[in-house]
Write a protein that binds this ligand. Structure first.
Ligand code: SIN
Length: 601
């Protein structure tokens, strides 16, 4: 895991940091009960009532929004905290792609805490009340009592607030349903928040404006072929057919996905992303969240669904939820939509289905543990393609940071430790990963130049994270990454000749948008990592979860990575966000239709 020299980093807002240093410097505090932040405040003369009010029971809601208002009242919001970063600070922990999150996501008072960003990044910095502390298990008797006490009602419960979940929630809400969106993590966005490359769609207005000739049929063919022709043709057809409509829908909500590039396995440029090539996920997750909040959709963070409730006919009639602060309770609902994502971050599950991937890093956020699949399967849903786990070829070596395929799409090459290209960089992920794993050290270098850097804004982030080696010449770059300079020079010269001649005789790369001839020159060492689980709950084209018999399960819908069948044995880059939006819309609309009495199930 990469560690950063953060001499100049501002740990938190200046005022709190000074106070923390004074208090912790004098006498480091720990609390067996996990009250690190409470201890810290008490030592500074801030009483419980200052934060929690004077009510007899100082309740904190599961989403911790009310307590966050108090934090912000004293310390300022994230923007204000970020603005206090010292000049020249390399990493500013209050400014991140996670968006506007609660202070208590990273600084937590009464329960185990871990700075959320350190799930993926290893920052050598002390975060006030940001260390894990031991937990006392909740008393069992209290849980049982809570189940009896609290029953709520909704039309639709959506489980998982990534892009698919927020899309389903917004769609069902707009169709007139009363929706509760449940998220077990302390933030919304799920894995979608980390999506980099873009959203695939065919026949969009943005493609047309750029003169790109694409079609639903071509996207269908590419997706089926990329997935080894084992994808469900009906679902793949829906993905392709509805994709342009999904781009329009997102745009109507305020998203900018007007830039169009290419990812592996695509016959034409169809990967939509924000202007300038910024990462798609954080942008879309922000837009969806804003829209959900504007609609006053009830979003509950830190809330884990532990069971789907069925009636005696097998109809799904609600969920049992465990709230971080409120304990167990029930929500009765007319429809439940599972959008809880895949299981790439569940190392045991990955190793169970694919022992050969044991111990491999993952590009996923820590919540991607496959709980939604377990919930659906336990209720009788059929799982399919569970062994189909995607290894992304380019995770920065020694980290969990995904280097987007769009870097290759925009012109970068893959070079081995001997300084040679070894694969068509735009092949599908399964083939590119296998090719890297066959090289010395099971890693490779992604090599690009200033022109490619400028074409894709998200590359700046890799510099910010100190993942990039560089040189003023190819020779200097070769020295920086310890590969033979003459070989690397010949490799780059031959690639540039392929660009000039519009043909890549060595590796048959189908598209070379830019040469590598503008100094400076850059390289990132990359290794394959677990990225996506193609398998999951079987659904039909209406987003209904299917039982082993093939019949739809009454009241249960699903969308996104929790489902299986859209991507066959290998998902194409850019098809994940596309799937979450298209099938999220479908599942949300189907659930709302059921609620309104317009559907059979
Ligand atoms: C990437 O940008 O390489 C990942 C995006 C995706 O998985 O579709």
């Amino acid at each position: 895991m990469k560690r950063f020299n953060l001499k100049t980093v501002l740990l938190v807002g200046a005022a709190l940091a000074l106070q923390v240093a004074a208090v912790w410097g004098a006498a480091p505090r720990t609390s067996g009960a996990g009250n690190a932040l409470a201890d810290l405040h008490t030592a500074l003369g801030v009483t419980c009532a200052s934060c929690h009010g004077t009510a007899k029971v100082a309740a904190v809601d599961d989403s911790e929004r009310s307590i966050n208002v108090t934090c912000v009242g004293c310390h300022g919001n994230l923007d204000a905290m970020a603005a206090q970063a010292r000049a020249g600070s390399h990493v500013n922990p209050h400014k991140s792609h996670l968006g506007d999150i609660n202070c208590t996501v990273c600084h937590m008072g009464h329960v185990q805490s871990k700075a959320y960003c350190t799930n993926c990044h290893a920052f050598a910095m002390k975060i006030p009340a940001g260390d894990p502390v031991p937990q006392k298990p909740a008393p069992k008797a209290a849980k049982k009592a809570a189940v009896k006490q609290r029953v709520e009602r909704a039309d639709v419960v959506v489980i998982g607030a990534g892009a698919a979940g927020m899309t389903a929630a917004i769609t069902a809400h707009d169709a007139g349903a009363r929706v509760i969106l449940i998220e077990k993590q302390p933030i919304t966005g799920g894995n979608s928040m980390l999506a980099a490359g873009g959203m695939n769609a065919a026949g969009t207005r943005f493609q047309k404006a750029k003169g790109i000739a694409d079609s639903v049929e071509l996207m269908y063919q590419d997706t089926m072929k990329g997935g080894g022709n084992i994808g469900d043709p009906a679902l793949v057809r829906v993905l392709a057919k509805e994709s342009a409509g999904s781009v329009d829908w997102l745009t109507s909500l305020g998203a900018d996905i007007s830039d169009v590039g290419r990812m592996g396995g695509a016959s034409v440029n169809r990967t939509h992303r924000p202007k300038g090539g910024a990462a798609v996920g954080a942008h879309i997750a922000g837009v969806l969240k804003k829209n959900a909040v504007q609609r006053r959709i009830d979003i509950r963070l830190n809330s884990k669904v532990v069971k789907l409730i069925e009636d005696n006919k097998g109809r799904i009639t609600g969920v049992q939820v465990e709230g971080k602060h409120s304990g167990l309770y029930t929500i009765k609902a007319k429809a439940v939509v599972l959008t809880a994502g895949g299981f790439s971050a569940n190392a045991d599950k990955v190793a169970f289905y694919r022992p050969e991937y044991k111990g491999m890093t993952t590009s996923n956020q820590p919540g991607a543990t496959g709980d939604g699949m377990d919930l659906g399967a336990k209720a009788g849903g059929e799982l399919k393609d569970m062994k189909e786990i995607q290894i992304h070829p380019t995770v920065a070596a020694g980290s969990r940071i995904l280097i987007t395929e769009a870097v290759r799409g925009n012109g970068a090459i893959l070079v081995n430790h001997e300084g040679k290209r070894f694969v068509n960089e735009l092949t599908t992920r399964d083939k590119a990963s296998a090719a890297i794993l066959a090289q010395t050290g099971k890693s490779a270098y992604l090599v690009f130049d200033e022109g490619i850097r400028k074409s894709l804004k998200q590359i700046d982030g890799y510099f910010h994270l100190e993942l990039v080696k560089e040189g003023a010449t190819i020779q200097e770059l070769a020295a920086a990454i310890n590969v033979p300079a003459t070989v690397l020079e010949a490799t780059v010269a031959s690639y540039n000749a392929a660009f000039d001649g519009k043909s890549d005789p060595d590796f048959k790369r189908p598209d070379i948008p830019r040469p590598i001839r503008t100094a400076r020159y850059y390289a990132i060492e990359v290794k394959p990592g677990v990225h996506y689980t193609m398998g999951g709950l079987k659904i039909n084209a209406d987003g209904q979860v299917l039982a082993a018999s093939g019949t739809p399960m009454a009241g249960l819908f699903a969308a996104g990575e929790v489902t299986g069948g859209v991507h066959g044995n290998n998902r194409l880059g850019g098809n994940s966000i596309s799937e979450t939006i298209t099938f999220g819309r479908i599942a949300g609309a189907s659930a709302a239709k059921l609620v309104k009495g317009g559907a059979k199930k």
